[in-house]
Design a binder for this molecule. Structure first.
Ligand code: ADP
Length: 338
């Protein structure tokens, strides 16, 4: 188990990390997600031992790592700008960490072959790095990271430079690879699709500290704040007025527990708004955008001064100008702190 607690890293007048906590269970894939500059890379460097924090502790399986140098931590790192060794062939790139460990040659050859199998490049040992596609290079870099059998795998935006098709393939393959190895993983990204695909649990960071933590589904259904909701790509986030224990927009009223912090915002996932002739909210279609499998339809709900646009996820594509009625499942409306 990895326990990161209260980490502070200061650079002159900015704090890259400002009280960062993270707990990762054995075999868990933890994603740390946040915008550029939120401290994600700094966190990985602290865990790897490449950066000494101004405050806070890192423990691995109960042991404080303060005085353990990077190469003795037994962690594997892969950064976005990973560089393969251009003058070594694929096999010798993957062998690098095993050579450092001083393993016998036949053991190295066996482990290189096994790892190349695992990442979907069986028999690629003799290929020159220059002949590899971008996706293949990424797989070799992953193999190089995994071959020494790291107890913790640290990945910093590892798919950042890949085109969409290759990225999608690796997003399917990587969790399977980690599952087969039983790896404990910290995966850092700004990309929500990667976060959803990789993470058993996701920690959202802002300004060098955690602001939300949970499974992707939990965070999607119950984002704790406007920042988290919009960062996850949730549409339909609105500020609402609360009166006693009811929150209202011009077109929706939902109960708010007395204990919920004010002021309140709400988020309504598009898939929980249904176009339904029996719905009690009137609107007009503004735009229908195909996104493969379904349409995202924007509907203007004109209800007094508080008219708004709602994004609806639907199989049909009513053309712009079509009057529609909407039904919103009140249980699917998430209450947020603003
Ligand atoms: P992220 O990985 O989320 O993009 P970083 O951890 O790289 O964020 O950086 C967090 C903050 O710390 C940023 O404001 C960045 O400019 C600053 N920072 C990172 N490294 C250094 C450094 N070596 N010197 C000065 N500032 C730095």
């Amino acid at each position: 188990m990895l326990e990161v607690s209260g980490i502070v890293v200061r650079y002159e007048d900015t704090a890259a990390l400002d009280g960062m906590d993270l707990t990762v269970l054995d075999g868990e894939r933890a994603v740390v997600m946040g915008p550029s500059g939120s401290g994600k890379s700094t966190l990985l460097r602290v865990i790897a031992g490449l950066e000494v924090p101004d405050d806070g502790t890192v423990r691995w399986n109960g042991r404080y790592l303060d005085d353990v140098p990077p190469h003795r931590r037994g962690f594997g790192l892969m950064f976005q700008d990973y560089a393969l060794f251009p003058h070594r062939d694929v096999g010798r790139n993957v062998a690098y960490g095993l050579e450092m460990q001083g393993l016998p040659r036949d053991e190295i050859a066996r482990r290189v072959a096994d790892t190349l199998d695992l990442v979907g490049l069986p028999g690629a040992e003799r290929r020159a790095v220059a002949t590899l596609s971008g996706g293949e290079q990424q797989r070799v870099a992953l193999a190089r990271t995994l071959a020494p059998g790291p107890s913790l795998v640290l990945l910093d935006e590892p798919l950042g430079s890949l085109d969409r098709t290759l990225r999608d393939r690796l997003l399917t393959d990587m969790p399977a690879i980690f599952d087969r190895l039983g790896s404990t993983v910290v995966y850092v990204t700004h990309d929500r699709e990667e976060a959803f695909a990789i993470g058993h649990r996701i920690t959202v960071v802002e300004g060098g500290k955690p602001v939300a933590h949970g499974t992707a589904a939990d965070l999607w259904r119950r984002p704790p704040s406007r920042f988290v909701a919009s960062f996850l790509g949730l549409e339909n986030v609105f500020d609402v007025t609360t009166h006693h224990d009811v929150a209202t927009t011009g077109w929706l009223a939902i109960p708010v527990p007395a204990s919920h912090p004010r002021p309140v915002a709400i988020a309504i996932p598009p898939e929980h708004i249904v176009i339904d002739p029996a719905g009690d909210l009137e609107g007009t279609v503004v735009e229908a955008r195909f996104r493969g499998g379904s349409y995202l339809v924007r509907v203007a709900v004109a209800d007094g001064a508080d008219g708004a646009e709602l994004t609806v996820d639907t199989r049909d594509a009513p053309p712009p100008g079509t009057p529609v009625r909407l039904r919103i499942d009140p249980d699917a409306v998430a209450l947020l702190a603003r």
